[in-house]
Ligand binder design. Structure first.
Ligand SMILES: *Cc1c(COP(=O)(O)O)cnc(C)c1O
Length: 434
């Protein structure tokens, strides 16, 4: 790979190699293109989650209030908007936080895709065994005969932490044998929590990609093992995309309109790409050209930004431009983006931007002080987004985003994790931010 040539072609890459923050807008966004999946696949996933709602409600009593549907609130954060204006620059429109940081069961955005993929596998196993039909009340899956059935199968995943939590918790609850292959940078409390639930945790001294590769290798050749492939899974992707079908009623309740004259901007922290990609794909299916999706990454591990700028998908890694891939942002310490997602996002993503680790903590503390909402550092990676959009007048004008339209804009910072972080750890983050 001729890195010098890439840097000449794309000046952003030179700055990225120096760990500088970058902002990049995608010239291919909006180009018509046929994808391999669409709204029917999202509806299929949504219907499956609805079938499982009675099971989720029975297995996780905390979900009783939502009838077994794992969904998060959309909160307007006007005080944080003022804080961000001071910290990063002003922007017009309303500011919201989508609180996937507080999703039930596993406390991160992984409670969408991760749980969905394991449920889909469980449904397949139970149906093939002749023990489940589409029309059944799925709460029967809590019964001992199902746990016995599932115990003959295993689930494996490689993870930096949060995906492991979601896969581990739901798999163990259903009765599957489950192994989570974790990278060295995964937090100790996540490993401890999983082990306390009977999950086998295997630790690797190397990075996340190595953990995934080991997990994949171990699962290969075992017909009774389902491997959740964070780098290429369509099931994970579809599980995330369902968010877009549910947010409409929250928009109505908040008086949010999304149309030609009322643009929607969604800012999501990105690791390998599955979670933000799935959510983004769903939102583009539902809201089309009126939604603008922006991915945020740490300056030390901007794998998706690199992949999108070069068009090289998973053929380029952050180490190729000399970056160390080390970041405090759990879940974002990924060196190489998902091949599936970097392909799908080619015409759907409006842009990418990166942020220095040092900024995550002040954002975390400011959100706590202004709105009394506590989220994990990686969840704060997106917070510079609205000011960056506002500042790029040339890009906005090229997309027809006039000042009048921006005055009607809705900005959503998609908070991706936080509610499972132990109090002591959160206090430490907060103090660091102060
Ligand atoms: C996993 C995760 C992300 C990013 O999701 P990817 O699928 O890896 O891109 C962002 N924030 C948090 C807190 C996460 O756990």
């Amino acid at each position: 790979m001729d890195i010098k040539k890439l840097m000449t072609l794309h000046p952003e890459i030179g700055r990225m190699a120096d760990y500088e923050e970058v902002w990049w807008t995608n010239p291919d966004c909006g180009t018509p293109r046929k994808l391999d999946f669409g709204m029917d696949d999202i509806k299929d996933a949504e219907a499956r989650l609805a079938r499982f709602a009675p099971y989720i409600q029975a297995a996780f009593p905390e979900t009783e209030v939502t009838g077994g549907i794992i969904e998060s609130p959309l909160k307007e954060v006007p005080e944080m908007k003022k804080v961000l204006a001071d910290m990063c620059g002003t922007f017009s429109g309303r500011l919201f936080l989508k609180c996937d940081s507080h999703l039930a069961v596993s406390g991160s955005i992984k409670a969408r895709g991760g749980i969905y993929e394991v449920l889909k596998f469980a449904e397949k196993v139970a149906m093939e065994a002749g023990m489940l039909q589409l029309t059944d009340d799925y709460s029967k899956l809590t019964g001992p005969e199902y746990r016995e059935l599932f115990s003959r199968y295993s689930v494996a995943v490689g993870s930096t932490g949060n995906l492991g939590l979601s896969i581990g918790i739901i798999s163990a609850k259903l009765g599957f044998k489950v192994t989570v292959h974790m990278s060295a940078d995964a937090r100790q409390w996540k490993k401890d929590l999983l082990r306390s639930k009977g999950v086998t945790v295997v630790e690797y001294p190397d990075d996340y990609q190595k953990a995934v590769a080991e997990g994949r290798k171990e699962a290969e050749g075992d017909p009774y093992c389902h491997f959740v492939d964070d780098e290429a899974s369509v099931d994970l992707f579809m599980g995330y995309s369902v968010a877009a079908r549910r947010i409409g009623s929250q928009f109505e309740a908040a008086g949010i309109v999304v149309d030609e004259n009322h643009p929607l901007f969604v800012y999501i922290p990105c690791g390998v790409g599955g979670a933000p990609g799935g959510v983004a794909f769903g939102l583009k299916e539902v809201y089309g050209d009126h939604v603008y999706i922006l991915f945020a990454e740490p300056t030390h591990a901007p794998c998706m930004t690199l992949s999108m700028i070069t068009g090289l998908k998973n053929e380029i890694a952050v180490s190729d431009i000399g970056l160390d891939g080390k970041t405090d942002a759990d879940g974002l310490a990924v060196g190489r983006s998902s091949v599936l997602v970097s392909d799908v996002m080619k015409t759907l993503l409006s842009g990418c931007y990166t942020i220095q680790d040092e900024k995550l903590y002040p954002f975390l503390a400011s959100l706590a002080d202004s709105e009394n909402i506590f989220i994990e550092p990686s969840s704060c990676a997106s917070f510079t987004g609205p000011a960056l959009v506002e500042a790029d007048t040339a890009w906005r004008e090229s997309r027809g985003l006039t000042a009048e339209k921006m005055a009607n804009a809705t900005h959503i910072l998609w908070a991706t994790g936080g509610s499972m972080v132990p109090e002591e750890e959160m206090k430490h983050y907060y103090e660091k931010g102060k």
